[in-house]
Design a protein around this ligand. Structure first.
Ligand SMILES: Cc1cc2nc3c(=O)[nH]c(=O)nc-3n(C[C@H](O)[C@H](O)[C@H](O)COP(=O)(O)OP(=O)(O)OC[C@H]3O[C@@H](n4cnc5c(N)ncnc54)[C@H](O)[C@@H]3O)c2cc1C
Length: 386
């Protein structure tokens, strides 16, 4: 059962009002332009929502994970592009400087990023290293009181507009995960950071993505976040939250798709009755609602477990796996309910169908998540649903 507190319910209503008034009317246009929606993004920041997971002293709200999920779910219902950018900013883009940065770095980067005045992102993936993180080729070499970074990152969310990036690089050679470290790179003050190949994609088009080339970028020693060998441990410490967040994005997108299909199925007539009254379409809606409900239950159950300080590694992977795959199915079914109009840009359902693909790779592909869940099977005990 999902039991939200009155404060959480009120918070959801507040975000929902913002989404209905500000985001939904612009969602198609920002998708079509494929541009970072800076004005909307700044307004989300002005609401204080980018700092939900951070302490108040940095402009945050000290909110629990359930509340954070309500935020990303509602935003995703309006625009998955905007939600993806906001999720990057409020989690991976800012987490590492918060976790390991000095107070001076937090004041300079975290505080303005949580206001939405500065765009922050995280660059791990490379042309030859996605799931296989140990294979990254970006190198960091120590020279006196500086580190010098060299390499190419790709699929970086907000790359063309990012002011500050947390970059993963190896501090020594070889394939080991232990040699990976994280560096805070300020694009405005550190030379050698350029934009590489832009990525034109079919999903979350207004969450702009691209390549970042680092050519002998000099990074001051205090910008090393979490030690020379601590990068992977730090990434792992936020991996469950990333997966739960992605599950919440999936729930939001499914709600948009289900609602669009439900309304259309009531209005569209075929053979002298609304198509929703044909059992085949009614069954589609029943399956969609069932998947949506199951995904929401899994998402909020694991978010509540995180808030209670309970182990969540396996459950977070299961929630992300189930919810993202369900989103792909539900948005596909929603588009089918629309018949030919499911292909028409006039209706948002084609955007939901395209955007759902974004949910699959982030935070671990479905194949990788099955490996994670499989590794954590308990061979001595049956399933426990507590
Ligand atoms: C819109 C978008 C935004 C992104 N934003 C960012 C970002 O901001 N920062 C960032 O660092 N990255 C980002 N990514 C990249 C994303 O995290 C990677 O794409 C993801 O980790 C998968 O890597 P890959 O695409 O290289 O696939 P690969 O790792 O090459 O995998 C290809 C296929 O092989 C499968 N596979 C791989 N290894 C195994 C295995 N051991 N067993 C079984 N199957 C396997 C995968 O599941 C997949 O199906 C983004 C991606 C997208 C689509």
């Amino acid at each position: 059962m999902i039991a939200f507190t009155p404060e959480q319910e009120e918070f959801r209503r507040t975000v929902a009002r913002f989404v209905d008034a500000e985001v939904v009317p612009q969602a198609a246009a920002i998708d079509e332009r494929g541009e970072f929606p800076r004005e909307l993004f700044t307004r989300v920041g002005a609401q204080g929502w980018l700092g939900l997971r951070y302490p108040e002293k940095y402009g945050g709200a000290d909110a629990d994970m359930v509340t954070y999920c309500l935020f990303v779910e509602e935003l995703a219902r309006g625009s998955l592009s905007l939600a993806a950018s906001a999720a990057m900013q409020s989690l991976m883009g800012t987490y590492f400087v918060y976790k390991h940065g000095s107070e001076a770095l937090r004041a300079k980067y975290l505080v303005p990023a949580l206001r939405g005045d500065l765009v922050a992102t995280f660059a791990l993936t490379e042309p030859n290293a996605g799931s296989d993180v140990a294979n990254i080729a970006t190198r960091a070499e120590r020279r006196g009181d500086r580190w010098v970074l060299r390499g190419t990152k790709t699929w970086v969310t907000s790359a063309p507009v990012a002011d500050v990036l947390t970059v993963a690089a190896k501090t020594s050679g070889g394939r080991g995960l232990n040699s990976i470290a994280l560096f805070l790179v300020d694009r405005g003050t550190m030379g050698g950071v350029t934009l590489g190949k832009p990525i034109d994609k079919i999903a979350v088009r207004a969450s702009v993505t691209g390549e970042i080339v680092l050519e002998d970028v000099e990074v001051p020693a205090e910008h090393l976040l979490g030690g020379e060998t601590g990068g992977v441990a730090t990434i792992n410490s936020i991996l469950a939250e990333i997966r739960i967040m992605t599950a919440a994005l999936s729930v939001g997108l499914m709600r948009a798709a289900y609602d669009a299909a439900r309304v259309y199925a009531r209005e569209r007539m075929a053979f002298r009755k609304p198509i929703g009254e044909h059992q085949a379409i009614g069954f589609k809606l029943a399956d969609m609602l069932t998947s949506l409900q199951a995904a929401a239950l899994m998402t909020y159950q694991v978010a509540a477990r995180l808030d209670a300080g309970r182990p969540i590694g396996r459950e977070a992977a299961m929630a992300k796996l189930f919810a993202s795959e369900a989103a792909v199915r539900v948005t596909d079914e929603a588009a089918r309910v629309f018949g030919s109009y499911g292909l028409a840009t006039e209706y948002p359902v084609q955007r939901y169908f395209r955007d759902a693909r974004f949910l699959l790779p982030g935070g671990g592909t479905s194949e990788i998540l099955r490996l994670v869940i499989g590794r954590e099977l308990d061979w001595d005990r049956g399933a426990a649903f507590a």
